[in-house]
Design a protein around this ligand. Sequence first.
Ligand code: GAL
Length: 416
Amino acid sequence: MSFINGRLLGAAAGIVMFAGPAAAADCEVVHWWTSGGEAAAVAEFAKALDATGEHKWVDGAIGGSGDTARPIIISRITGGQPPCATQFNPGKDADDLIDAGLLLDLSDLAKEEGWTDFVYPSTQLDPTCVRDGKVWCVPVNIHSAYWMWVNRKVYQDAGIDVPATWDDVIASTSTLRDNGIIPLSLAQGWPVSTLSDAIEVSVLGIPNFVKIYQDRDMDLVKGDLSRAVWEKLDEARKLVDSAEIVPQWNDAVGLVITGKAGTNVMGDWAQGEFAVAEQVAGDDYECLAGLGLNDVVSTGGDVFYFPKTDDPEITKAQLKLASLMISAPVQVAFNLKKGSMPIRQDVDLNAANACMKKGLAILANADNIVPNNTQMMQRETVYAIRDLRNEFFTNPDMSVDEAFEQFISLIESAPE
Ligand code: GAL
């Protein structure tokens, strides 16, 4: 069933309506960007598609997080009710859909537009969007998960220096508590992993992080350095009163924005929330990459896939949307609102704020780039480790040794 110029063409009923001038197609785009900052960012994509005058963006926002949206997206595509386009994260999540032949091959478009010439880091295209030598998704940003967001005024009002590192945050805990301020805000679920992963990278260093999650180096997994991660997580969980754990990531960021909490560890999508609150990096808040302990950026982010359709007008809309999403002007407009880094360096980022500039400077050195664990292992294992970490953070009776032993067996039994 297709809509052309807003009129349903009832081909099945043998009714052929004259479609008039250049046919247009509505493109339903599914994503999970529903917070203030995310909505402002995705509106830039919608604006760009609508501006073509040929195709119309139909917003398919799914509330919650990627954890809520992914199963819905996959069942729609496998169930024969696919959207025109859908968000995913870089990684292995769409591999089965690709192998089942359900997604549009973007290789010709990528070749025609020279995506390999400008996508940076190149890994955001290959291997992130390439499988069996073909291009299946368009990368739209780089989100690093490993940032710490600090409300400057909270520490200044408490008469202490604004933290420059994780260790400063630990040291300032009692002073903030004395002032009725939550030292570290935290949301339940995957945000516990975001905090834990950031701490883990700061303890292990990037090469060892990759050796554990990509190479499954069991000597390293079982070693003292790996155990030291859980000791540092133990330090972190002592900052958090489980009664203060909030439902959603943007609630935890909101506590820092409103000065109820001093610090939050979250991906740079948090910046979209500061922007909506009209807070300025360097004045109102600080952004500390790698918890201020080391220069790292993770190459998480977002990509869009386009389910195959037998409607040529939808296919035209899909290719147009993919081309717009990766184009320089749309990359700037979208990423400045999203708080993420663009996937190309040949863009004018004069409007970039201090945090994005800091991120881009770190990104410029490939040694500072750490792949997301979902780019190195199946999501089911990432989820199992996340569940272990959530239990560790909410169950003070779970010892470091108990958690460490469970971690070892999860890595040992992880499928490729
Ligand atoms: C991630 C996504 C980000 C951000 C975050 C919170 O999966 O890559 O763009 O929106 O979820 O919803």
